[in-house]
Design a protein around this ligand. Structure first.
Ligand code: MGD
Ligand code: MGD
Ligand code: SF4
Ligand code: MO
Length: 695
């Protein structure tokens, strides 16, 4: 029988709405959900490869229990009961001997995060952590310091923008389908695009203005832009007078950071900096300085992110059409959100988190997410206490935390490593037990509450039956919970029952999602009145002078410090990394269609530098840092700043059963030092210098 199922893609965590054509119980076709504006039927290459991932037989097909050494790849197949009994017994022993807090669970925040959060709370452990800090933690802190909202509560109104400035936000390769389509529409209507990156990538190629910035100097550029904007009074005066807290102090601080000074630091000509400031201010407030995700990733990242938010505030673009806005929830339409398992009452937890987030040692990162890069240190130093078990749920602890060798050393101290995954990821390969989850096409998931200008809910609905002996994450955790005496926190037997429980009180039922794949709380977009914006800071304003920072002993306006230089600039490069349009982080390299298109990464190196080191295009080179080394092919090009080398994140896999991606290319995490922004919380992935040698 043929049917169409509306669901949500999960080839990456953007979760684009999709329509899946099912024929005789098999996925026949996947396309974007045609009912969703901005998606209009389209998908990115990874979304289109969903069927290839589903049909791949190089993924775990049953629960597996390790029989050889960790990482040796010797497994025995187990039934679900056997595997869950095994994990349950060990977790129980650990809890009884060391306390619930000896168990940590890390995950990529996803639709069923409320289930794993509830699981750990019920066990009495504060040690749930997400990928958030690894991705945009300093941005989250920057947003809270300025507006009192997290970055997750903010959005960008691409469709109406007149000018967008992207700092290493490689929007046409690091893709979110709706954002790409909406921005393309705006560009067709005449919007301008300014792109800033030490590397000429696809987004640079589509920009009206491109600057090859010296890596790590975006803060200097922004200080100079603000210097011009303030000196020439190009800002939105009434908005600034009403909403900016600490403007006078900032005006005084910024006056010496001239464009001429910034030219020396960034390599961008002073007159061009002035010209952008003048051009963009003419079309304010419908302009965007994109606050981004990765881009420049350094130990002072929070101040770079704050400077981007400040530029928006000076343009009055916060809560303006074509600018940035605060997301509206169901409450704005008098509705109720879907329920979460975390709304239940749990035992009180008094111990600090393993990463000490929320304590005076690490006060500002978001305790709802924690700081995963601290995990190796916490385990190795048993500080603040011993961690004994780690559950990885859709998070690649080995490849997504810098310094893999160090992380492995830490993991070796654990009594138990369990991974819930759909792939033979490297962390699954290094685990004691693999619990295979059904893929997104094979499972119904928790409800997606999508706040925005128009609050909505979406549903990921099972399109086909699981091909292998796999289960849904929330069912795995429930059954594990039953073995640990906390089964009462999981009031469902099936995913349909969980969704029904979540929808109670919202006025919607599962049947309401059938027609289009989503439900809307209201009909029109909501912007707040710009004279009455409910900023959640202590001053009720946009805090240039931040009480969050200053109360914790940090400066609101630190003096600019130039990024550190390598000991030998002729031989050493700053390693910068990023994504490619054809893969998702570390998880799709083995998907047959995508592997065929791109099976390994290459090292971008500046032509003149390569020539002086005797490196030929396509030659294999050895790249080495203070913590690791490896081999990769060189891509010799004029399209990268001479101080940097670039490689795509996510290659160099070690799991042998994922044979197509095994040992192809090089993993950035092997090279990167595990250093981080101690104020904002993000790792400083670009604070590593490497040597590059021909082999
Ligand atoms: N060295 C280095 N580290 C980085 C980055 C970097 O550039 N370099 N980038 C950072 C960024 S921006 C981010 S967002 C994070 C992302 O970090 P991660 O979340 O760790 O990476 P992903 O590739 O999204 O996938 C994680 C795991 O989820 C599994 N998975 C995929 N789908 C499913 C599913 O449906 N169910 C289950 N159970 N598992 C699934 C994948 O197989 C993979 O093992 O990494 C960060 N870490
Ligand atoms: N295809 C694809 N799309 C994705 C993802 C994916 O894995 N694959 N992941 C999603 C996720 S979780 C995220 S976080 C986003 C990430 O999306 P982006 O934030 O756009 O991040 P990256 O792809 O890491 O690109 C970072 C860019 O910053 C540049 N850069 C390096 N150093 C500097 C610097 O000092 N200054 C400036 N201005 N630029 C610099 C790099 O050269 C690179 O081009 O993508 C999302 N979309
Ligand atoms: S951006 Fe691509 S991979 Fe990610 S959810 Fe959308 S279609 Fe899927
Ligand atoms: Mo990310």
């Amino acid at each position: 029988m043929d049917k169409d199922v509306f669901s949500l893609c999960f080839m990456c965590s953007v979760r684009c709405p999709i329509k899946v054509g099912v024929k005789d119980g098999h996925v026949d076709w996947i396309q974007g959900n045609p009912h969703v504006p901005g998606i209009d039927g389209s998908l990115c290459p990874r979304g289109s490869a969903g069927k290839s991932m589903l049909m791949d037989d190089q993924r775990p097909q049953t629960p597996l229990i390790r029989v050889g050494d960790r990482g040796s790849g010797n497994w025995r197949k187990a039934s679900w009961d056997e595997a869950l009994d095994y994990v349950g017994t060990r977790l129980k022993e650990i809890k009884e001997t060391h306390g619930g807090h000896a168990i940590a669970l890390g995950e990529r925040a996803q639709l069923s995060t409320h289930v794993s959060k509830a699981f750990l709370k019920a066990l009495g452990s504060p040690n749930h952590f997400t990928h958030d800090a690894l991705c945009k933690g300093s941005m989250n802190t920057a947003c809270r310091s300025m507006f009192g909202y997290t970055d997750g509560q903010m959005g960008i109104n691409y469709g109406n923008t007149k000018h967008i400035v992207l700092y290493g936000r490689n929007i046409f390769e690091s893709i979110n389908v709706k954002e790409v389509n909406t921005l393309m529409d705006a560009l067709e209507k005449g919007a301008r695009l300014t792109y800033i990156d030490p590397r000429v990538n696809v987004t640079a190629g589509k920009a009206h203005r491109y600057w090859m910035i010296r890596p790590g100097t975006d803060l200097a550029l922004n200080y100079a832009l603000m210097n011009v904007i303030i000196k020439e009074r190009l800002y939105d005066k009434s908005y600034v007078d009403k909403w900016i807290h600490g403007f006078v102090e900032f005006q005084d601080f910024i006056k010496d950071y001239t464009p001429e000074w910034a030219e020396q630091e960034t390599g961008i000509p002073a007159n061009e900096i002035k010209s952008l400031a003048r051009e963009i201010s003419k079309v304010k407030p419908g302009v965007i300085f994109h606050y981004g995700y990765r881009c420049a990733s350094h130990q002072n990242e929070i101040y770079m992110r704050r400077s981007i938010l400040m530029l928006n505030a000076l343009m009055g673009s916060v809560e303006a059409k074509g600018g940035i806005f605060f997301k509206k929830g169901p409450g704005a339409e008098g509705g109720k959100p879907a329920r979460k398992l975390t709304e239940q009452t749990f035992p009180e937890i008094t111990v600090p988190r393993f990463d000490k987030v929320g304590t005076p040692d690490f006060p500002l990162p978001d305790p709802a997410h924690g700081a995963p890069q601290i995990l190796p240190y916490a385990i190795l130093n048993e500080d603040p206490y011993p961690i004994k078990a780690l559950i990885n749920y859709r998070l690649e602890t080995l490849m997504s935390i810098a310094d893999t060798n160090n992380t492995k050393k830490a993991l070796d101290k654990l009594d138990l490593i369990v991974t819930i995954d759909i792939n033979y990821s490297d962390i699954a390969w290094y685990s004691d037990v693999i619990l295979p989850e059904s893929t997104y096409l094979e499972r119904t998931d928790s409800v997606q509450q999508l706040n925005g200008l128009k609050p909505m809910m979406f549903l990921r609905e099972k399109a086909v039956e699981p091909r292998y002996d796999t289960l849904e994450g929330p069912i795995i955790l429930k059954r594990l919970g039953e073995r640990l005496g906390i089964g009462n926190y999981f009031p469902y037997e099936t995913m349909d029952e969980l969704v029904d429980w979540q929808l109670e009180g919202t006025g919607f039922t599962r049947a309401d999602f059938k027609e289009k794949g989503f439900v809307s709380y209201g009909k029109s977009q909501i912007f707040w009145d710009r004279n009455d914006i409910p900023f959640k800071t202590p001053s009720g304003k946009i805090e240039f002078k931040s009480s969050l920072l200053e109360d914790a002993g940090f400066s609101s306006f630190p003096l600019y410090e130039s990024p550190s230089k390598p000991a030998d600039p002729d031989k050493q490069f700053r390693l910068v990394v990023g994504r490619t349009a054809l893969h998702t982080h570390i998880s799709t390299q083995n998907v047959p269609y995508l592997n065929e298109l791109m099976s390994e990464n290459v090292l971008w190196i500046n032509r003149e530098k390569a020539s002086s080191l005797g490196i030929q295009e396509g030659a294999t080179v050895e790249v080495a840092s203070a913590c690791g080394k490896g081999r990769i092919k060189a891509f010799v090009t004029d399209l990268i700043h001479p101080e940097a080398v670039f490689m795509a994140h996510g290659f160099g896999h070690e799991a042998k059963k994922a044979a197509r991606s095994y040992n192809r290319g090089l993993s950035d995490a092997v090279l990167q030092e595990n250093v981080y922004d101690k104020v904002g919380g993000s790792p400083a992935y670009h604070d590593t210098f490497v040597t590059v040698t021909p082999v």
